[in-house]
Design a protein around this ligand. Sequence first.
Ligand SMILES: [Fe+2]
Ligand SMILES: [Fe+2]
Ligand SMILES: [Fe+2]
Length: 400
Amino acid sequence: MALDLFKEKGVPLDRQVFTWKDMVQRPYSKLDDDAFTRVRVILMNGIESDALRFKHIVARFNRQLREPLALIRRVEQHQQTLVNWLNPADQSPVETTLGFEQVAIEVTASVALKEPDPYLAQAYRFGMLEDFDHLYRYSALYDRIEGKDPNYLIQSYSDIRPGRPTAVEHRHPLDDLRRPYDMRTAHPLTKIHALLITAAEFQTHDFYMTIGPMFADPVARQLYAEIASIEEQHVTQYGSLIDPDQSVLEQWLMHEAMELYCYYSCLQYEGNARIKGIWQRMVDYELGHLHYVMELFQRLGGRDPAEVLPATLPDLIDFKSHREFVRRTLAQEVDLRANGTEFVDKAEIPPGHRSILYRDQLNSEGSPTETVAAGYQWTPGTELNARVQRVGVGPEGRLQ
Ligand SMILES: [Fe+2]
Ligand SMILES: [Fe+2]
Ligand SMILES: [Fe+2]
């Protein structure tokens, strides 16, 4: 289903209006909807939040674009509200956290598999194994503070087991920078991927920074602090894949194309008819943004948008389980480390390397991700269920 980016104009900007009532719609169901509906809602909230972030930062540096940025930014705000308010109130912060890590695993896996540039694909696999470990650590926290099985939410799409241990993910800042793609030769999908994963990781970082201090449990407080630091590393890594030589207008154009690409991917997979209608509406709005910026690109930038935009949207995100791919990557690449912009085996990192010194100092009083998972092994239905199976249930329905 190819969407012609130049022919389809979507909804014009002045008709992209909301009321409080249609901005705040009925949420999805935490347990009854497919886990990938939660994944899509969380992802798209991150994408919209980055649309705002990007447009604010550009406005600080650019007088000429302030008005068009303000106009589209207000729509992004209301889009984000509509999407984010689809999260249900009975989903606790730790449960939402599990959803965030499922996004980081499954969406990054899809991106890694489709990425045409082998170096960027490697960067995505590298980060994916780290977020995979976060899901396991947060599952241990969920068991600790709510005593529940994380698989209620994950719905067997993703494995719950250690990845590259978070305690060794801490790196010196200079080992988190990557080589950017080359804007002149990179495939449009490469540009879209880098923007979308950076956006997703940014909101993960911001979410952990917001909710971390709201926990009373001291291990939870430390755990969010430790993993938020890795998310900052991930934003550094993915953000540095973006070619900084692209003009502001070109980056803006690609950001709108990326938003459209993500919503259009959501639309292909959504099983909840009501939410599918929301994705369709957002596709039409983003087409409107894209055409608005195409006009600016032409008029102010003096360039033809066809120089940078593909005629149709490239291969879409696969919202499905990537269990085998993740397992294979884990088996082959768990021992990779970063040395500057390059990925090397841990045996090639010399003793006294800046990242080892950095990590040893940070972990010198213990690592919360190790503490939380000490003795934790995911068991379907929690360890109570394992005990029922082992010893059986007595006449009054009590464990024997
Ligand atoms: Fe948007
Ligand atoms: Fe991450
Ligand atoms: Fe947009």
